[in-house]
Design a protein around this ligand. Structure first.
Ligand code: SF4
Length: 137
């Protein structure tokens, strides 16, 4: 697998809902993520429809280009996303031998940094939880 740690086209797997974002996961009734077979680029129509229900970021997972130093989670010293390490610490799941299927893995920033350990936390992550973890909520 390519290590895309410094690749500017890496995807943030916790992107906000906005036109051009890639929908790649849907939160199921148990609060875990069902990963799509392929990401779907969303448009304004999708967003307007999605806002008719609960907040889209509580129901879906989106990916988009990692903005690196343009994001508060970016660690300029290590040149990595700091959020994935917080999730590993707080959720604390052990790495599984069997990775779940994920349609963005080859471009995922978290996977490029922490491999299967990132994926082990990922299906419990909804953006709302992350906001609490980082103290924004
Ligand atoms: S951390 Fe793993 S499961 Fe989550 S989006 Fe990245 S590659 Fe997919």
């Amino acid at each position: 697998m390519e290590n895309n740690k410094d690749n500017s086209s890496s995807y943030c797997p916790s992107y906000t809902v906005k036109p051009g974002a890639k929908l790649y996961g849907i939160v199921n009734e148990n609060g875990f993520i069902n990963y799509l077979k392929s990401p779907i680029e969303i448009n304004q129509d999708f967003i307007e429809e999605a806002y008719k229900g609960r907040e889209p970021e509580k129901r879906f997972r989106f990916a988009g280009n990692c903005s690196k130093s343009g994001c508060n989670q970016w660690n300029g010293n290590s040149k990595e996303c700091g959020l994935v390490d917080q999730l590993i610490d707080i959720i604390g799941n052990e790495e599984s031998m069997q990775l779940q299927d994920c349609p963005i893995r080859s471009k995922c920033r978290w996977f490029s940094q922490r491999k299967g350990l990132a994926c082990a936390q990922c299906n419990e992550v909804i953006r709302d939880i992350e906001m609490k973890i980082i103290g924004v909520d």
